[in-house]
Design a binder for this molecule. Structure first.
Ligand code: GLN
Length: 377
């Protein structure tokens, strides 16, 4: 049969999680916590269910959740989004990203992405008939803005950015955001700003959301995921904040794609988020895990790369093995009992850097067990 994605297989996250389960390995591959969320959040969702809040919510999401998101954005980033016309609740960031692309990219339009790149972006662009223009990040995983500017053509429609960055853990700083803003304004581009790890930035640094920069915000879809922030990746809920004209286009697609998302989950989140400390404590919470993991890895033969944000840690394993990344990740899972993700999975044309990604969103005992195994190498 003729299909739209003949060369695409199963995502690396699914493959590595399946292998980890089969081999009983500690799963530091796919990015998700191995601890549960706050029981108060579960209670809030269960209460909503018991109250009979179980039918379709409004297409864009329940007002209470959109209001609390708009208030959060205003409090943290000083940006005002109208909850009614400018915030939409989605079925995870994955859907929000695809929906934003569908709303703006026409067949033949070019979309700039930065490599290494999150795995859904390129297939999304290709499914729409857009053309991917991949700009490599530097060897330190910084964005070479001069190369981004040089990649713009009259057909360029949008640029996709992700900070804090999966897989590298890099964060975009003020100077980066100003460069992005200047390129987007000069070339009249839309921006898809994937900020799912916005509440996981370490060492006291601020998260530089695209919301903070008015000229940038006026052309951006800013996307964040409740799944990451509240340790509930399986609930698949996120939001997209964008100026009213962009949101109107976004919703045209959204209504025929998922229409809307789980009512009780939205009510539970709205209730839970009334207390801002529940997301403001996240950097300290994850920094403790990052530091514990990095201290343990410092005693191994892995070379640590920086992790400024996200719950990921890249390591260079070239002192241990010269295997290609995918083989090394499989070997590590099956023989050493610790699953990882090969960095090559984040490139259109796989590049070999001798680097794998670990996820440290794990209980202390899980991290310690993994470190014990990794220390044997
Ligand atoms: N974003 C997660 C990661 O990078 C995985 C999500 C997924 O499996 N699609 O590991």
């Amino acid at each position: 049969i003729e299909t739209r994605m003949p060369k695409v297989g199963t995502t690396i996250f699914t493959v590595m999680s399946a292998l980890a389960t089969e081999r009983g390995a500690v799963n530091l591959g796919q990015g998700f916590p191995d601890f549960d969320c706050d029981p108060l959040l579960v209670d809030a969702v269960a209460d909503a269910m018991r109250k009979g809040l179980n039918q379709y919510p409004p297409m864009a999401g329940i007002p209470a959740l959109r209001q609390v998101v708009a208030d959060k954005i205003a409090a943290i980033y000083g940006a005002r989004y109208d909850w009614n016309d400018e915030i939409t609740i989605t079925a995870g960031a994955t859907q929000a990203i695809f929906t934003a692309l569908l709303a703006i990219v026409r067949p033949g339009d070019e979309v700039i992405v930065l490599e290494p790149v999150y795995d859904s972006y390129i297939p999304n662009i290709e499914l729409i008939g857009g053309k991917v223009v991949a700009v490599p990040m530097s060897t330190e995983y910084r964005v070479p803005w001069d190369r981004v500017r040089a990649a713009v053509t009259p057909r360029t429609r949008a640029i996709m950015v992700n900070s804090p960055h999966n897989p590298s853990g890099m964060i975009l700083r003020d100077a980066d955001m100003r460069e992005l803003e200047s390129i987007a304004v000069d070339a009249n581009l839309f921006v898809i700003s994937d900020e799912v790890y916005e509440h996981m930035v370490y060492d006291g640094e601020p998260h530089q959301s695209a919301c903070r920069y008015p000229a940038l915000a006026s052309r951006s879809f800013v996307i964040s995921s409740f799944g990451k922030t509240f340790h509930v990746t399986g609930w698949k809920v996120a939001y997209c904040a964008a100026p009213a004209p962009l949101t109107a286009e976004f919703r045209k697609v959204h209504q025929f794609n998922v229409f809307t998302v789980s009512t009780p989950v939205q009510h539970g989140l709205a209730e839970y988020m009334r207390e801002p400390s529940r997301y403001l404590q996240l950097p300290a919470f994850y920094q403790r895990k990052r530091d514990l993991f990095r201290e343990g890895l410092a005693n191994t033969r892995f070379r640590l790369l920086p992790s400024e944000g996200t719950f990921f840690q890249l390591v260079d394993y070239s002192a241990i093995s010269d295997m290609p990344e995918a083989d090394f990740a499989k070997w590590l899972t099956t023989e050493i009992g610790v699953a990882a993700i090969p960095l090559s999975a984040f490139y259109e044309q796989p590049v070999e850097n001798g680097v794998v990604r670990f996820c440290f969103a794990k209980k202390e005992e899980t991290l310690k067990l993994a470190l014990e195994r990794l220390s044997a190498l």
